[in-house]
Design a protein around this ligand. Structure first.
Ligand SMILES: [Zn+2]
Ligand SMILES: [Zn+2]
Length: 366
């Protein structure tokens, strides 16, 4: 079938809206008619070249839609089911899956990074030439074919734009607070970067009963947003952010510092801003090949912990429905994360707006 998709031919270029050929789903695959896709920074890393990938590629990894058709052997999902897409499919059987870390599943890493389906081939092409799938999802397109492991079925009273955000930002952020470190009631937290992920961390920390929630950003609008999501203090363009954080935490530093941007210098500040025996959680992905300079002597003497958080340490089959339920019960204000909406044709504008730093999440509707 012919679909419309945003194709990236080379780094440092704009996305091009193209008519692309999409093959039907093969065994174990699912055709999804997309409803909504979130504009996440990780796709933009393909544009900057910070993430290397086979090209041309259809990006987009935060999405939801309705199942249109299923390939042979797909039993758990059927046409008509609403699904959110999971960009880190897990097998349930490997070393990490068996140790409750399905977000680190190793089984599909090869094809995921090769930009193909699990059998090593693409379903996307233009003029007979392969077009690659970003993270097996490639949802900046009106239809996608994905491995069945990338589909998580959801209840049908969940709005599909909210489902899309659960597919990345919400799971990454809320999960960082609830799964990766399990923020305790009354604890003090700092979040560097109040975008879709940072605001989700704030929501997760609030759900866990955090006492002080300090949001740090460079943009006033996002500071206001952070406050409306539950930040108790906001630091915008502070000349000495570490000192400000210490002043707000009785001189100690915060119990938890989440870095949701992926900038080495900010990761270094995060270590300074966390108290002795506190934990820095690196959530934002820094450019491949970059280095972060963290003083070992401080980590040793002050027993500070630095941990990564990948996809919110999620078990997507457990967490997507949980976040959906929390949303429907009014405990997670996910709809308000959507600050601007776009058509697929406006994708370059959507990224320009994201880079301008004024929005929580932009969402493309199909
Ligand atoms: Zn994402
Ligand atoms: Zn696995």
């Amino acid at each position: 079938m012919k679909i419309r998709a945003a194709v990236l031919y080379e780094p440092k270029q704009a996305f091009q809206i193209e008519t692309v050929d999409l093959e039907p789903p093969r065994a174990g695959e699912i055709l999804v008619k997309m409803a909504a896709a979130g504009v996440c920074h990780s796709d933009y890393h393909l544009v900057t070249g910070d993430t290397k990938h086979a090209m041309p590629v259809v990006a987009g990894h935060e999405g939801a839609g309705v199942v249109e058709a299923v390939g042979e052997g797909v039993t758990k999902i059927k046409p008509g089911d609403p699904v959110a897409l999971n960009w880190a499919p897990n097998c349930g059987e490997c070393f990490y899956c068996l140790r409750d870390r399905p977000n680190l599943c190793t089984t599909y890493v090869g094809p995921l990074w090769a930009g193909t389906m699990m059998d090593g081939t693409t379903r996307l092409s233009i003029g007979g030439q392969p077009v690659y799938h970003f993270s097996a999802v490639a949802c900046f397109a009106d239809y996608v074919v994905v491995p069945q492991e990338c589909c998580v079925g959801l209840r049908d009273d969940l709005p599909l734009d909210v489902a899309a955000l659960i597919g990345c930002a919400v799971t990454t952020g809320v999960g960082a607070a609830l799964n990766t470190v399990r923020v305790e009631p009354g604890s003090s937290i700092v979040v560097f970067g109040a975008g879709g992920v940072g605001l989700s961390i704030i929501m997760g920390a609030q759900l866990a009963g955090a006492g002080k929630i300090i949001a740090v950003d460079t943009n006033e609008t996002k500071g206001d947003l952070a406050q409306s999501f539950g930040a108790t203090d906001v630091l915008i363009n502070s000349p000495d952010v570490v000192q400000d954080i210490r002043n707000l935490t009785e001189g100690r530093g915060a119990d938890y510092v989440f870095e949701a941007i992926g900038i080495p210098a900010v990761q270094e500040q995060s270590l300074e801003a966390v108290r002795p025996a506190g934990t820095v959680v690196l959530v934002g992905v820094s450019p491949m090949g970059s280095g972060t300079n963290l003083p070992g002597a401080i980590i040793t003497r002050q027993e500070k912990t630095v941990t990564g958080s990948y996809y919110g340490t999620a078990n997507t089959a457990r967490d997507f429905p949980l976040y959906a339920e929390l949303f429907l019960k009014g405990k997670l204000d996910l709809e308000r994360l959507i600050s601007r909406t776009y058509k697929l044709e406006q994708i370059n504008k959507a990224y320009a707006d994201m880079l301008a730093g004024e929005i929580a999440r932009g969402v493309i509707y199909f």
